[in-house]
Design a protein around this ligand. Structure first.
Ligand code: HEM
Length: 533
């Protein structure tokens, strides 16, 4: 493509000649520019034509938003601007735009849109994910970093591996339950690391509470779509003004959220005080923050940080594991290559340890491809700007809602040729990892000051789980009663913040002789560092 004729240039020209911006908006912007002495006039980024009052309300995709936003890239460029009922929205469709704004200018792009309904009435205002840029947000990020930074994560390795061995033992006994076991493993691992709590596979008391939140949340449809999320002043009204069932639902969410933050924390503190817990996140935070007189300052923040890990980390981790199972069924040659690499290194005599990681570059490439091929949160979580800004000649007003389109980056042909194909080899140069590959982990875990604090833990869990599963099992498509393979449905369901997978079945068979004894032996040899109660 000749220099100067890329899609962004087309979009800029369109903006200059005006086909995409209606004249009323243009006059209003010009008036705003003159009134605020911004001259020469600053242009809002180009985007679909706006209607009076509602603006782009009807243009917002009802489904498959990341894919629709990526299509807009062809028409409007890497920075797409919309206004919905006066709320400015900017979609960032390239790695440079995302990095230049959300990372390099993170001081002004790290706020979150306020979710009036969740924050005000459902009392989710302690949950970091939805918290605006504030002292409390910085405190919680610091606490998260204290117990989830790379070296803190290494102290959990033993426990993560034990959890993975337990998962594989259950899978070996009941492969048909693999769907629910994947979710159990993702959640149980986090609950064990956070609180030292052993989560039950069914009817677990804490998971039932989280299910209440989820069910009540689903009744709200998409978070952010309630009138109070559009007109925040409505948040000053009592919840019953929106109907008694809404008020009851809000009260139920608020009390459940409070119990989720407080009760498992108190149980964990009791275990810690009796010397019954090992290196949990709770114990790390208590030990690191306790003052000489025994006081724990900001205890509520510690409760909130630990109470958020399951909410933020279990579904996203389960999605990545589901992606692994789907990919292995659909790409058997890749599964075979990974198994050969593992067999050559481990000799089929033992199971992987974290210390093997650096010696297994193909498994590393496979992990990167799992995260790229079906990114769990393809639009991350929306950021919001706190100051007027100008980028590439475009004016981005304070309060703009920013959607980083990770999907557009991870499915960009130039960086990842044939992006729809699952191909770990794209990260390999012969038998080693490419030195200069664009690591999908730089996208899938979000950006700047709001980047996922659980990313090292998520990455470590995914690695040991995938390496152990491939060593022990072969995953294939199930066979129907006529002897034909059942193809999995690869359709992605795009939710408001994360993707979902269509229900699928797979056939899981042990591939090493004495898998049960091997698992049992390695599990028994591993130090049990928690009171498993
Ligand atoms: C494969 C698994 C995971 C993926 C793909 C993932 C992805 C993400 C993404 C995209 C964000 C939004 C970042 C942004 O706004 O720019 C995020 C935020 C967050 N994640 Fe994760 N995550 C995963 C696992 C975890 C785990 C295991 C934990 C905790 C132990 C966790 C805790 C959080 C928290 C607390 C936030 C909110 C951060 C904030 O708003 O400042 N995540 N994650």
């Amino acid at each position: 493509m000749p220099v100067g004729s890329g899609p962004g240039d087309h979009a800029r020209r369109s903006q200059e000649t005006g086909p995409n911006v209606n004249s009323e908006d243009r006059i209003r912007e010009e008036w705003h520019n003159r009134a605020s002495k911004k001259w020469p006039p600053q242009k809002f980024p180009p985007g679909p034509k706006r209607l009076p009052i509602i603006g782009n309300l009807l243009d917002m995709p009802k489904k498959d938003a990341p894919i629709e936003f990526t299509k807009w890239k062809q028409e409007y460029g890497n920075i797409v601007g919309l206004k919905v009922l006066g709320q400015p929205i900017v979609i960032l469709n390239s790695k440079d735009a995302i990095s230049n704004l959300l990372t390099k200018r993170s001081a002004i792009y790290s706020n979150r849109p306020r979710m009036e309904v969740l924050n005000t009435w459902a009392k989710w205002d302690w949950v970091l994910t939805f918290m605006g840029s504030s002292e409390e947000m910085h405190r919680q990020r610091r606490l998260m970093n204290l117990c989830l930074n790379p070296s803190a994560t290494r102290t959990y390795y033993q426990t993560i591996r034990n959890q993975t061995l337990d998962f594989c033992q259950r899978l070996l006994k009941a492969p048909e339950r693999h769907g629910s076991l994947v979710h159990w493993h993702a959640g149980a691992n986090i609950m064990m690391l956070t609180y030292g709590y052993k989560m039950a596979e069914t009817n677990d008391k804490w998971v039932s509470m989280i299910d209440i939140l989820r069910d009540e949340g689903l009744k709200l449809e998409a978070a952010g779509s309630h009138p109070a999320d559009v007109f925040p002043w409505l948040g000053n009204l009592p919840a019953w003004m929106f109907g008694s069932s809404f008020a009851k639902s809000m009260a139920r969410m608020a009390s459940t959220m409070d119990a989720i933050l407080v009760e498992p924390y108190l149980e964990s503190v009791r275990r810690h005080e009796h010397g019954l817990s090992g290196a949990t996140m709770v114990s790390k935070l208590l030990d690191a923050t306790r003052e000489e007189n025994g006081n724990i300052p900001h205890e509520r923040s510690i409760q909130a940080v630990t109470g958020t890990t399951y909410l933020a980390g279990s579904d996203t981790s389960a999605i990545s594991l589901d992606t692994f199972f789907l990919a292995m069924m659909v790409y058997p040659d890749i599964q075979r290559r990974a198994q050969q690499v593992l067999d050559k290194y481990l000799g089929r005599e033992r199971l992987p340890q974290f210390s093997d990681r650096e010696s297994l570059p193909y498994i590393e490439a496979l992990i990167m491809e799992v995260l790229r091929w079906r990114p769990a949160s393809p639009l991350a979580v929306p950021h919001q700007s706190t100051q007027d800004d100008i980028y590439e000649g475009y004016f981005i007003p304070a309060g703009t809602r920013i959607f980083p389109n990770s999907w557009a980056c991870l499915f960009n042909e130039e960086d990842y040729p044939e992006p729809l194909v699952f191909r770990p080899e794209r990260f390999m140069a012969g038998d080693t990892l490419k030195k200069t590959c664009l690591d999908p982990r730089d996208f899938v875990f979000g950006y700047g000051r709001r980047k996922c604090p659980g990313r090292h833990l998520a990455d470590a869990t995914l690695w040991i789980t995938v390496a152990t599963l491939l060593t022990l099992f072969t995953i294939t498509k199930p066979i129907d009663k006529n002897g034909k393979e059942i193809e999995p449905d690869l359709e992605i369901i795009f939710g408001p913040s994360a993707i979902d997978t269509k229900p699928y079945r797979c056939h899981i068979a042990a591939r090493v002789a004495g898998a049960e004894a091997l698992l049992k032996g390695e599990r028994e040899a591993s130090v049990v560092d928690f009171c498993e109660c």
